[in-house]
Design a protein around this ligand. Structure first.
Ligand code: NAP
Length: 315
């Protein structure tokens, strides 16, 4: 176990668009950031194929390639990376302590950019079709199903937004929900209900995803009467919520009821010197470009924070 006595000005936890943009800005601001990138470095975009909505790439770019380019850009400006997960943190002491799998890192400031992970149904046949007909992001993958019929699973705002987006691209969108009542805001629900090519299938769940290499149909079960049916479908979008990656922060930082970091004054958290960026505190937008923007803001605020800290410490 390496034990670093060197105090870092800034440690960034997470290496998706939020963490890497924060690194680029902080490195250019001479903060020599250390990024603890995580074992599955690169975040959710590593699970996406074509990214057509990130500005600057008129022909689109593959998610993993975009993340590689962001990482190279951060490295060019003197960012160091540790490709390990954070095991635990101690934000009750100053400087802050971050324990990775093999190193203890000490930092004057921290940006948490660990993102969120889409929740999956978790049924056995699902994993095989992720990226081959099953997705958790209509904005990322909707165009693959242009003119085709798709299913959206869920009854909350995310499901309604996904369905609304897909209804502009796909010939037909079915919303499959396990109850007959919806968590979605009534106005949003009404808007979705008014779309002629959206149909609701209530009291139902997916029992099995079917196909050879690519999804071709699903087995649906009506949980009220127990009947099952096989429905041909080109794509399924799982929209049952996202889970912020904040397990390691419990008891260290204030989190909201869903586990998202509580936001105080733009990029700040409940602890002075600990900042957030991206989906780890974003319950609404969850886009690569909004995460990148949050990373930029957090890095700029860290610069100010460290400047003020220097002044305080010199008094
Ligand atoms: P959510 O409100 O928790 O809704 C999740 C939905 O998925 C629920 O309908 C739930 O069913 C269903 N579900 C959960 N697990 C399931 C499973 N295993 N199988 C089948 N269905 C399952 O999550 P969300 O829609 O992602 O919204 C999260 C938060 O973000 C909310 O506060 C929401 O308001 C906010 N949001 C806002 C906007 C906006 O445009 N303002 C957009 C997106 C999200 P049950 O209802 O039966 O539990």
């Amino acid at each position: 176990m390496k034990d670093s006595t060197d105090i870092k000005k800034l440690v960034i936890i997470g290496s998706g668009p939020a963490g890497l943009t924060a690194a680029i800005y902080a490195a250019r601001g001479s903060l020599s950031p250390l990024v603890i990138a995580g074992r599955s470095a690169g975040g959710q975009l590593m699970l996406t194929t074509d990214v057509d909505d990130f500005p600057g790439f008129s022909e689109g770019i593959q998610g993993p390639q975009l993340m590689m380019q962001m990482r190279s850009q951060a490295e060019r400006f003197n960012t160091r990376f540790i490709n390990e997960d954070v095991v635990e943190v101690d934000f009750s002491t100053r400087p802050f302590v971050i324990q990775t799998e093999s190193e203890k890192v000490i930092a004057q400031s921290v940006i948490i950019a660990t993102g969120a992970s889409a929740m999956w149904l978790g049924i056995p046949s699902e994993e095989k079709f992720i990226g081959h007909g099953v997705s958790a992001c209509a904005v990322c993958d909707g165009l693959f199903f242009q003119g085709k019929e798709v299913l959206v699973i869920g009854g909350g705002d995310t499901a309604m937004r996904e369905a609304q987006h897909l209804s502009k691209i796909c010939s037909k969108v079915y919303i499959v929900h396990r109850r007959n009542e919806f968590r979605a805001q009534p106005a949003l629900l009404e808007l979705v209900k008014s779309k002629p090519n959206i149909e609701f299938i209530i009291d139902s769940v997916i029992e099995e995803f079917l196909g050879e290499n690519v999804l071709t149909s699903v087995r649906l079960k009506n949980i009220k009467n127990g009947t099952t049916s096989v429905m041909p479908i080109a794509g399924v979008f799982i929209a049952i919520g996202h889970k912020p990656n904040t397990e390691f922060l419990k008891s260290q930082l204030e989190l909201d009821d869903k586990g998202y970091i509580k936001v105080f004054d733009e990029t700040k958290t409940s602890i002075d010197g600990i900042f957030w960026a991206g989906d780890v505190a974003d319950r609404i937008y969850k886009q690569a470009v909004t995460a990148a923007a949050a990373g930029c803001k957090a890095a700029l605020d860290v610069e100010d924070y460290l400047e003020n800290l220097k002044i305080k410490q010199s008094k």
